[in-house]
Design a protein around this ligand. Structure first.
Ligand SMILES: [Zn+2]
Length: 495
């Protein structure tokens, strides 16, 4: 009878020698009744009559740079490494996606039969059927799993869950994921990593990154799949991160690419991934990072216009204007044009929270910014805002620098950082740096409100996703779309 049952209990399928660990002895009291229940939790060095599936290989991990999607930010947080366990790559390249790095508890199950192993030692811990979820918690440096029936096991090291039936998906907190799930206790909490093939990963990305689109937009979805796959391989192939040093490769958020597992997939997205299997974007023979963004607002940007990054020959400014018209391919975006007004209180709140982190220079003396350079602006309130001024525009018309002057100091903020400086608590960052500041009402020398009129959504570099949709609807294929946004590149199959 399938289901969840007691640790260590030899079932009809699990007879064999067992090391009588202390925990196994303590648990033996409840074992007899539990053995009649469905899944079997095997403790200690119990051998199984059925050989467990192939073992995971050592894994890799790192933290990744913060920033926009696929942002090649230089000078951002450098990846750190920890050792751990992962699955060996075979013919199919696999990728580890951190679903959570600092949770303290979660729920593990599956849509069908599944298994839980200790990564170190090939030992089977749980035979699950998917009919009941197991609670996973952190206990010091160990991972504890417990069933609804009160069965528990606590282990150091990484635990690896795998589906055991062809159409079964593991679930973490109720969400289904293809591939395996690895759980490790770290100093930050539970690190939960979904390890799966690159192709399956891209399936869970494209529809969340591009949105739900119809069959008429298939070419845009195919372009999105190739761009997302290329970004993934640049991370996997990053020579600065030794394979043995990784516990995961990417995170499941906008920091890398938004990933939602099976529930993030769509029929159009899966078809686009399948029809472009293995295809990546290359320049001069190497796979390239392929940044993309929601809407360029009319013209894409070169990397150095928004990031502290070097120019790339394949990331050039591209006009999204439809030839012979005054329309744009990305007009379908709700943020193709936008307006935003901050009250004085909102400006103050945002700046107090963010400004010191992003300002690259400041002067004391107030007002004009002509005072003596000083670090005194680095602590205490940023002051009462007097003016926000655009100092310079980039070649595509985006804001290169702004100066914010308060009664305490002047602060300069550059490029994409400006979007983060005006982020309100629990709010979004500014849509783009492609904006103008409207007249600033003043009262008693203080800014009363700040109104921006802007274009586009996102950093503006590389492929414009709404532009890709507009081009697909105009009949362009995905190769043409990618050639447009990444000029000079070629398509190749990643081996
Ligand atoms: Zn565009």
């Amino acid at each position: 009878m399938p289901g969840e049952s007691m640790p260590g209990a030899p079932s009809a399928r699990d007879a064999g020698p067992r090391i009588a660990t202390l925990s196994a002895v303590l648990l033996s009291a409840v074992r007899l009744s539990a053995v009649l229940r469905s899944a079997v939790l095997l403790l200690g060095a119990m051998a199984c009559t059925t050989a467990p599936p192939p073992r995971p290989a050592p894994a890799q991990s790192r933290s990744v740079a913060t920033g926009d999607v696929a942002a090649p930010v230089t000078g951002a947080a450098h990846p750190t490494r920890v050792s751990g366990a992962t699955r060996q790559s075979g013919a199919v390249r696999r990728v580890g996606i951190a679903l959570s790095a600092a949770t303290t508890t979660g729920s593990l199950s599956a849509t069908g039969e599944w298994r839980l192993y200790e990564a170190d030692g090939d030992r089977l811990l749980v035979r699950g059927t998917g009919r009941g979820a197991w609670t996973v918690t952190r206990r010091g440096g160990k991972v504890r799993v417990s069933s609804r029936d009160g069965l528990t096991a606590t282990r150091a090291g990484t635990l690896v869950a795998e589906p055991a039936a062809p159409d079964s998906y593991l679930t973490w907190n109720g969400k289904p994921y293809r591939g395996a799930i690895e759980i490790t206790s770290t100093s930050n909490g539970l690190l939960v990593v979904n390890r799966l093939s690159v192709e399956d990963y891209v399936r869970g990305v494209v529809s969340l990154e591009l949105g739900t689109v119809g069959p008429a937009d298939s070419a845009a979805m195919q372009a999105q799949a190739v761009a997302a796959r290329s970004y993934t391989y640049t991370r996997l192939n990053d020579p600065d991160i030794p394979p043995e040093g990784r516990r995961y490769d990417l995170v499941a958020t906008v920091t890398d690419q938004v990933y939602g597992g099976v529930s993030g997939e769509s029929a159009v997205g899966n078809a686009a991934v399948a029809s472009t299997t293995g295809i990546v974007i290359t320049y001069a023979g190497r796979v390239v990072n392929a940044p993309y963004h929601a809407s360029c607002g009319g013209t894409t940007a070169e990397p150095e216009e928004v990031w502290r990054a070097s120019p790339e020959p394949y990331l050039q400014r591209v006009s999204d204007q439809i030839p012979g018209t005054d329309h744009y391919y990305c007009e379908g975006s709700s943020r193709f044009r936008w307006a935003r007004t901050f009250s004085r209180a909102q400006v103050t709140t945002a700046l107090e929270q963010n400004l010191r982190q992003y300002a690259v220079s400041g002067t004391t003396g107030g007002g004009s910014g002509g005072g003596t350079p000083s670090d005194s602006h680095a602590s205490g309130p940023v002051g009462s805002v007097r003016t926000v001024v655009v100092d310079a525009l980039t070649p595509s018309g985006r804001v290169a620098w702004i100066t914010i002057t308060t009664d305490r100091a002047s602060y300069r903020v550059r490029g994409n950082d400006i979007r983060f400086v005006f982020r309100l608590p629990r709010g979004e960052i500014l849509n783009s740096t492609y904006f103008l500041i409207e007249d600033e009402p003043m009262h008693d020398g203080r800014l009363e409100s700040l109104s921006l009129r802007g274009r586009g959504n996102g950093h503006g570099v590389g492929m414009c996703q709404w532009g890709a949709i507009g081009r697909a609807r105009a009949g362009q294929d995905f190769q043409t779309i990618l050639q447009t946004y990444y000029p000079g590149t070629a398509l190749a199959h990643e081996e």
